[in-house]
Design a protein around this ligand. Structure first.
Ligand SMILES: C[S@@+](CC[C@H](N)C(=O)[O-])C[C@H]1O[C@@H](n2cnc3c(N)ncnc32)[C@H](O)[C@@H]1O
Length: 338
């Protein structure tokens, strides 16, 4: 019989403490610690003064974040950020995740929420109501969420556009396109392409702001429309579903693919942009964990290449190709078969 002492407790202990790193990261973003360290390397005292944080709290935070690889200290005791951390945790950097991470302070994926999801099987953030209905009713929530989504999507969008096979496409429909991060990247790469973002009314003006700011207001525009309309406007040469299928049930995914097909011209191309879980479900960890977010926020789940391929082939698509793009992201491309 194995004695308890012969069992390494670290896999469980490491998972137990992992939430502290996430909590420390979110608190550091909210308190402006990453921004202050990016502005200039500082001693702990100078950092406390610049950010209005308590010296004892800051010491605990710096020690924890250093071990997590999120801050560094030089021989003179000055703290700074590794370049990769600065790129993703500092506000205002192109593609920074700071807006997304900041949301964690108010909407942390707590054990309580996961437990509720386990018990009810349904979304429980925003008190079990549809998060998109909450956004429709509260423009501030819609803006915070859309800006956070933009932050997550802007770097993968550029990588996706670099491999997207849209050399001859002239029009693309982007249902649930959010800020338009993906459409903007595609319109930047393909000068012949015009993109239409179909969004809920609360998000339409935000998407049009992003397009105008990018100088692409002529070729990327957002219009009001619903993912659940009987038919989407068309025909288009391409339809893009970026982080849409993972929001909805498998049954709804079948209907979304059917609507995408209906909005495509014969031979048109459907692009699906998602963080996929391997066919055997074993990883990558970051993508598999998103299933918990999907559980508490949405009706959906993270897809695997095999399940997506089956969904697309059953929905009248062929030539399904899965291309890893950036970080944890993949582009799945398929052609409408007639
Ligand atoms: C997970 S976000 C994806 C945003 C964007 N495609 C991206 O990848 O960055 C889902 C988007 O679907 C939009 N959405 C939700 N319900 C919708 C509906 N019924 N009709 C149109 N858009 C909807 C939300 O407003 C949100 O912008």
């Amino acid at each position: 019989m194995t004695t308890p002492a012969s069992q390494d407790d670290r896999p469980v202990y490491d998972a137990y403490v992992a939430g502290r790193l996430s909590a420390g990261l979110a608190a550091g973003v909210r308190a402006g610690l990453f921004d202050a360290l990016d502005a200039e390397p500082r001693t702990a005292e100078a950092l406390a003064e610049a950010t209005g944080t308590h010296p004892r709290g800051l010491r605990a935070w710096l020690t924890a974040m250093r071990a997590g690889g999120l801050v560094e200290r030089d021989a003179d005791g000055r703290w700074s950020l590794p370049a990769a951390v600065a790129a993703s945790a500092v506000r205002g950097r192109e593609g920074s995740l700071a807006g997304l991470i900041d949301l964690e302070v108010d909407e942390f994926l707590s054990p309580e929420r996961v437990l509720e999801g386990l018990r009810t099987g349904g979304p429980c953030v925003y008190d079990a109501s549809d998060p998109w209905a909450e956004h429709a009713a509260d423009p501030a929530k819609a803006r915070a969420f859309t800006e956070a989504m933009h932050a997550i999507s802007v770097r993968p969008a550029a990588a996706m556009a670099a491999v997207a096979p849209l050399e001859v496409a002239r029009s693309l429909l982007d249902p649930g396109g959010g800020s338009g991060a993906l459409s903007l990247a595609l319109a930047t790469r393909f000068e012949q392409l015009s993109c239409t973002i179909l969004e809920i009314p609360a998000v339409v003006p935000l998407a049009n702001e992003f397009a105008a700011d990018a100088g692409l207001g002529e070729r990327v525009r957002a219009v009001e429309g619903s993912l659940f309309a009987d038919a989407w406007p068309g025909p288009h040469d391409a339809v893009l579903l970026s982080q849409i299928l993972h929001d909805w049930s498998d049954e709804e995914a079948v209907r979304l693919v059917a609507r995408a097909r209906g909005a495509l011209a014969p031979g048109g191309r459907l692009l699906i942009h998602e963080k996929l879980v391997d066919d055997d479900g074993a990883g990558p960890l970051a993508n598999a964990l998103v299933n918990l977010d999907m559980l508490v926020w949405t009706e959906g789940r993270q897809w695997t290449p095999r399940d997506l391929t089956e969904l697309l082939e059953a929905g009248g698509f062929g030539q399904v190709e899965v291309v890893p793009t950036f970080g944890y992201w993949s582009l799945v491309s398929a052609v409408r078969v007639d």
